[in-house]
Design a protein around this ligand. Structure first.
Ligand SMILES: C[S@@+](CC[C@H](N)C(=O)[O-])C[C@H]1O[C@@H](n2cnc3c(N)ncnc32)[C@H](O)[C@@H]1O
Length: 228
């Protein structure tokens, strides 16, 4: 069974320990979803999510020679947005998504992006490897978002930026209820709609330097951390 709903009682507990979503998922299920989405991803999730991607690249402030890691690179939809003067490593665990990314970088002649098959929760890079570590639209689909962001922090150099672009559960109680109710279903199109931002930050023990709402409607959060 790839997913199931948790008991509502879980959500009454403390921010530092409560479940971050009503939906539990396993890597195998997510991988299967994205293997199937690979052919249509750019059409279905391309334009709608693009405004957030553009703001994220701007906020990244990439400098000459920076080493950038994109976690969950997918079809490489961000590849052409990075300045050619930095070195980008994109990782993803879906081979069909990565194949699309390879086709894209070759067809566009992008030479500063390398692609690797890897699990975001278990990065094979040494500590302090990257100046910028960026996860666009990934955190809400992984089984353990806290583990993934902690891995992102581990491989980021001290003073480097960790950037998460994602949808989180609304603070509005009515919208929030709806997002919880549909979360087991949204998983089938590649994300959990009810990820709890305060719980995520508390459990990861990470303090952002900024959180801004991006895109329209502004239901996406761009969160920036600086590794101390
Ligand atoms: C919604 S797509 C985001 C793609 C791209 N970053 C973008 O801006 O559109 C999520 C991607 O994360 C990948 N992914 C999900 N869980 C992963 C994991 N545990 N390790 C590596 N990649 C993962 C999926 O295969 C998919 O390509």
């Amino acid at each position: 069974m790839a997913l199931f709903e948790r008991e509502n009682a879980d959500f009454r507990s403390d921010v530092a320990t409560r479940a971050l979503s009503v939906t539990v998922v396993e890597n195998q299920f997510v991988e299967h979803v994205y293997d199937n989405l690979a052919k249509v991803y750019d059409l279905t999730f391309g334009p709608a999510l693009h405004p957030g991607r553009l703001v994220a690249i701007e906020r990244m402030g990439v400098r000459l020679g920076d080493q950038v890691l994109e976690v969950g690179v997918g079809t490489g939809i961000n590849a052409a947005l990075y300045p050619r003067t930095c070195q980008v490593t994109g990782i993803d665990f879906s081979a069909p998504m990565l194949e699309k990314a390879r086709e894209r970088v070759v067809s566009k002649g992008i030479e500063n992006v390398r692609l690797m098959e890897m699990d975001a929760a278990s990065l094979t890079f040494p500590d302090n490897s990257f100046d910028i570590v960026y996860a666009p639209y990934v955190i809400s689909v992984v089984p353990d978002p806290v583990k993934v962001v902690q891995e992102m922090r581990r491989v980021c150099k001290p003073g480097g930026k960790i950037i998460v672009l994602n949808h989180f559960r609304s603070a509005n109680p009515i919208v929030s209820r709806l997002e919880r109710a549909i979360s087991p279903l949204t998983l089938y199109i590649g994300f959990k709609s009810d990820l709890d931002l305060p719980g995520f930050l508390a459990q990861a023990e990470m303090k952002p330097v900024s959180i801004e709402k991006v895109s329209f409607p502004p239901i996406w959060s761009l969160i920036t951390f600086i590794k101390q």
